[in-house]
Design a protein around this ligand. Structure first.
Ligand code: NDP
Length: 408
């Protein structure tokens, strides 16, 4: 049993980093085509293309992390209490992400304007940054493991402990490592990468295409929205329940900025034709997804704060559970039990469509999000069923659809 529980983490830690390199090499060297190595020699050739970490990438990423830490620790922002921990206490979080996001962009713009940083630096160094950040993520997980050992929270399964983490809220001085890594170094880097890819397109082809502008604008909106509503992160699954180990650290630092940027990277050297009708359709799709995502999440958030406030202009309908929580059954939450995931999926599709239909690789994001959110919905459903018992069954009868009404 212990070995089975260890096998999954091992497979993920061995396979996921090479997958991110593989995507990068497909984009950089094969025009976005998914190359299939057919022999050991092919595999060797592919491996030989993997860029090593460079001093420049180390300096860039070191500077990046230092800037993000300084902003997290020093930038002004409201201090909010997190959800109650098991022993009843609450941790304080400084919510300065919105300011940090804009200050970071201003610092990057100033560095580019002053000629200290090339506008294409992130694009030029993408491969060596990928190598560098992988090392940082593995090292961070090792630090977390050692910290867990010292705190006596490890088990007799070191691989699983390393992968899942052993502590819920590890802190270094005033820095909450999980809260920090969840957004700052990765999410903001996602936006900076995209901007750098647009600059690279301009440098290489003398233009920034409509498709590139759309992908940049859509994803910028999503990340900016995240920081604008930063308080909501305090009640997310990751912050409330997930321990901080390799899985979250690597996901936040490597997976998000290096795979969520596939579409924009692909567009550097591809210019799919977008008719006015196609453009209007894609913009409408993104806006629809965004409205669904934002409105449903905020509706639940507000309902939990004030259960009497009107929902869509009427008194809210809900189920009062014996555990004490209320489950909203009207408004967006009367349509499907995770209608917010549907919003994310609609947006994910809108972010891929501008890349055209020549290669499947830029569609990885929507496929990945579908798998992630289907799995997440099942996991959340299981947790809620255990927590709320028959009340959850009553809720499922009242709101039978999981994500997409009429289909799933
Ligand atoms: P949710 O915000 O959907 O939260 C689920 C929790 O909300 C449940 O565990 C339950 O918690 C509570 N809840 C469920 N139903 C109701 C109801 N009817 N009324 C009141 N409370 C209810 O989950 P996530 O944190 O997974 O997702 C948040 C957003 O982040 C989503 O839009 C998702 O798509 C997005 N996301 C994006 C990712 C990305 O990489 N882009 C990755 C993951 C998520 P309890 O009762 O214990 O309070």
């Amino acid at each position: 049993m212990a070995s089975q529980r260890t096998l999954g983490p091992l497979v993920l830690m061995v396979c996921l980093p090479p997958l991110t390199y593989y995507f990068y090499l497909c984009l950089r060297d094969f025009g976005g085509a998914l190359v299939l190595p057919r022999s050991a020699a092919d595999l060797h050739d592919l491996a030989a293309r993997v860029p090593p970490p460079t001093p420049q990438a180390l300096a860039l990423y070191g500077g990046w992390v230092v800037l993000q830490v300084l902003l997290q620790v020093w930038a002004p922002g409201q201090v909010r209490q997190g959800v109650p921990l098991d022993e009843g206490s609450r941790l304080a979080y400084r919510l300065n992400g919105w300011l940090s996001f804009w200050v970071t962009l201003a610092v990057v713009a100033a560095a580019v304007g002053a000629g200290v940083l090339s506008p294409t630096a992130a694009y030029d160094e993408f491969g060596s940054l990928l190598a560098t950040v992988n090392l940082v993520a593995f090292a961070l997980a090792a630090v977390l493991y050692v910290q867990g050992r010292r705190a006596g929270s490890t088990t007799d399964d070191p691989i699983r402990d390393y992968f899942m983490g052993t502590m819920l809220n590890p802190r270094l001085g005033g820095l909450d490592l999980k809260f920090f890594c969840e957004s700052r170094p990765g999410l903001i880097l996602w936006v900076v990468f995209n901007l750098s890819f647009a600059a690279a397109q301009h440098q290489r082809h003398g233009t920034v295409t409509l498709a590139m502008l759309l992908v940049n604008a859509f994803q910028f909106l999503y990340v900016a929205d995240y920081f604008f509503h930063e308080e909501a992160i305090l009640t997310t699954w990751d912050i409330k329940y997930e321990r901080f180990g390799w899985m979250l650290a690597w996901g936040d630092l490597v997976w998000v900025p290096f795979t969520y940027t596939l579409q924009a990277y692909y567009l550097v050297d591809h210019a799919p034709e977008l008719s006015p009708a196609a453009t209007a359709g894609i913009v409408a799709l993104n806006l629809a997804g965004y409205v669904l995502f934002r409105a449903s999440n905020i509706q639940k958030h507000r309902f939990r704060r004030d259960p009497e406030a009107p929902v869509w202009g009427r008194a809210p309908e809900y189920i009062r559970t014996t555990a004490g929580s209320l489950l909203l059954t009207s408004g967006w939450w009367g349509i499907a039990r995770h209608v917010n995931y549907l919003g994310d999926l609609v947006m994910a599709l809108a972010w891929c469509l501008p890349t055209g239909f020549r290669h499947p690789l830029p569609y990885f994001y929507v496929v990945y999000m579908t798998v992630l959110l289907l799995h997440r919905e099942r996991r959340d459903n299981a947790v809620c069923r255990e927590k709320y018992g028959t009340d959850w069954n009553a809720y499922c009868r009242k709101v039978p659809w999981r994500i997409l009404p009429g289909v799933y």
